[in-house]
Design a protein around this ligand. Structure first.
Ligand code: ADP
Ligand code: MG
Ligand code: MG
Ligand code: MG
Ligand code: MG
Length: 444
């Protein structure tokens, strides 16, 4: 239910809030923040709050430095760790506007809203359920980071260890931001965890994703730990993914349009959508797996996809269609994309995924036969499988070839994204690593 200005103002008084953080994200999905004293709240809610966009990296050219922030009332929440002692602080997630009252083209939240509007024109709400994996590290005696816990707790292990205790604090804090947690568990790798929250419309879950990363980092820090969403912090064990479960529901009836009630299976619409995701998989990888390090996760053997494929049971496939057990709600019919990782900007990620799916619907694309075998041991050429980009450099070249994905980012963000990520890739290419020295210096 959308909340009113009066309800928010009453809450602010009741909760004795003294400061308000106005949040938005930059192109790479990092939260930026302007803090105002509560005395400014009427002004902020009526007219927005000015800020200098040129001070935000990648956000604006100097010439368009004046921007203003318009709080989204639905995102109001008290920040627990900034509300100890005397100063209670709340936050809003904001939309960014230009001085002539237009949504700012460089605001990732606006970019997602624009693609969501295209789905709405066809009568659909786009739902996403992202699963964020992360590692907990603790600082060692020499400042190095050691994975927590030290015991060999594996996937779903019932451990009474310290990490379980921290995860409970994280779950409690997430709930105060209105994020409904469905499950939390230890992951496959040592020190790796997952907390799943309830799916919803993609704007809400993108907001939840940026909040989620902030909450987990804050709670870890309060406990003297470091939570990281870096995709592959440790070589040789599983990296952290952000699988995204997706469906389209009807704006009018709320019905899950990915479910075919006659066949009790995936609808034709869902098959077109899947085919669209596969068709644009290469072009959108630079957005979904945005770091140099992301490509060290997308390698054989660690439950991450490497080929453009789909399957029902197969965890090496790019798109997995979870089997819905009989008796479970039709609302659970969905498709899961497994290449994104939790370093992605969720607004841009959901925008390009939706654009890819809608393109599949428009062109009535059909997915190829499913791949149910373990793809880590097949010959991709004999099997006719396309390979995902193996590096950020390759992914950027694919993005430059995909006009549907470019449009889903918008010209403004597309250009700056390519520029920023090309710099990142070049810096990495020029670096001579310890691996190279260890391997080559003694021999050549
Ligand atoms: P996995 O089996 O891949 O580990 P999880 O059970 O951890 O998946 O997470 C499933 C996610 O899918 C949850 O976030 C859940 O809310 C979400 N989900 C369930 N139904 C839908 C749907 N119709 N559309 C989108 N997401 C959904
Ligand atoms: Mg999961
Ligand atoms: Mg599960
Ligand atoms: Mg997982
Ligand atoms: Mg999953």
């Amino acid at each position: 239910m959308p909340v009113t200005k009066e309800e928010i103002l009453a809450k602010i008084v009741e909760q004795k809030v003294q400061f308000i953080n106005l949040q938005f994200t930059d192109i790479v999905g990092i939260i930026k923040n302007v803090t105002i004293p509560v005395s400014q709240i009427h002004e902020a809610l009526d007219h927005g709050v000015w800020f200098d966009g040129s001070s935000i990296e990648g956000f604006a050219r100097i010439a368009e430095s004046d921007m203003y922030l318009v709080p989204d009332l639905n995102t109001y929440a008290v920040i627990p760790w900034e509300s100890t002692g005397d100063y209670i602080t709340a936050r809003f997630i904001c939309d960014v506007y230009t001085p002539d009252d237009q949504p700012f083209a460089g605001d990732p939240r606006h970019v997602l809203k624009r693609t969501l509007a295209q789905a709405a024109e066809l009568g659909f709400i786009y739902n996403t359920g992202p699963e964020l994996e992360f590692f907990l590290f603790k600082p060692g005696p020499n400042g190095e980071l050691i994975p927590l816990p030290h015991d060999a707790a594996g996937y779903f292990d019932v451990s009474t260890d310290y990490a379980t205790h921290i995860r409970r604090q994280m779950v409690a804090s997430l709930q105060t931001f209105g994020i409904k947690v469905e499950a939390s568990h230890h992951e496959v790798a040592i020190g790796q965890h997952e907390i799943d929250f309830e799916y919803g419309d993609a704007l809400t879950t993108a907001d939840h994703t940026v909040t989620f990363r902030t909450v987990l980092k804050a709670i870890a820090q309060l406990n003297g730990l470091h939570a990281t969403f870096m995709p592959k912090p440790i070589a040789g064990i599983n990296g952290s993914g952000m699988h995204v479960h997706q469906s389209l529901s009807s704006i009018v009836t709320g019905r899950n349009e990915f479910h075919d009630h006659e066949t009790n299976n995936l609808s034709l619409l869902a098959q077109h959508f899947t085919a669209g995701l596969l068709d644009h998989a290469l072009g959108m990888t630079a957005v979904l797996a945005p770091l140099v390090n992301s490509y060290k996760r997308l390698v054989p053997g660690y439950e991450a996809p490497i080929y453009v494929s789909w399957g029902r049971t197969n965890r090496s496939a790019l798109v997995r269609i979870p089997r819905i057990s009989a008796g479970r709600s039709n609302q659970a019919t969905r498709i899961e994309l497994r290449c994104p990782d939790p370093s992605a900007n969720p607004y841009l990620a959901f925008s390009v995924m939706l654009a890819a799916g809608l393109d599949g619907i428009k062109r009535k694309l059909m997915p190829p036969p499913s791949a149910e075998e373990d793809l880590y041991h097949v010959d991709p050429i004999a099997r006719g499988l396309k390979t995902l980009p193996v590096s950020l450099g390759e992914a950027l070249e694919e993005l430059k070839r995909d006009s549907v994905i470019q449009e889903a980012l918008g010209e403004h963000i597309y250009e700056r994204y390519i520029e920023a990520k090309t710099q990142e890739w070049d810096a990495y290419r020029r670096h001579v690593s310890q691996w190279e020295l260890d391997r080559y210096l003694p021999i050549y």
